[in-house]
Design a protein around this ligand. Structure first.
Ligand code: TYC
Length: 128
């Protein structure tokens, strides 16, 4: 659309808000070119939390593998690898979630462990 010219007799009392998109006649693409302004992003993505299982000397390996499969949707081989990593390193990440979902995972794993008489520890920690 061609830019319209107005002969204003009186200037308005309230200046109009700067137009978005901005028309830039000097950009070499003609007066109809539309330039979209880049606005800084206001909302940050939500902070994510990793759910970590800690090693102990009493919880059976099989129980940990089943927990990782059931609560973290891992297949048997992946769950076994994660369990062995925890067993050897002392801890291991089972999944990364929003804060609320991570807290729910911790509660579910802890409840399952206590119901079965195991001391398994599960914690959530913010990442980055
Ligand atoms: N260390 C335990 C055992 O030898 C196994 C185990 C693995 C326990 C991972 C907890 O998060 C854990 N029975």
């Amino acid at each position: 659309m061609a830019r319209m010219k107005f002969m204003a007799t009186k200037s308005p009392k309230i200046p109009p808000a700067p137009p978005v998109p901005v028309l830039k006649p000097e950009d070499g693409r003609g007066s109809d070119s539309v330039v979209l302004e880049r606005r800084p992003q206001k909302t940050k993505p939500p902070q994510m939390h990793q759910v970590v299982l800690l090693n102990d000397d009493y919880t059976p390996m099989e129980f940990v593998v089943v927990v990782i499969q059931e609560f973290f949707n891992k297949d048997r081989d992946t769950a076994t690898q994660i369990m062995l990593k925890i067993h050897l390193d002392g801890k291991g990440i089972c999944g990364v979630f929003s804060k609320d979902v991570a807290a729910t995972k911790v509660d579910q794993v802890t409840e399952a462990a206590r119901k079965n008489g195991h001391p398994l520890q599960c914690v959530s920690e913010p990442i980055e």
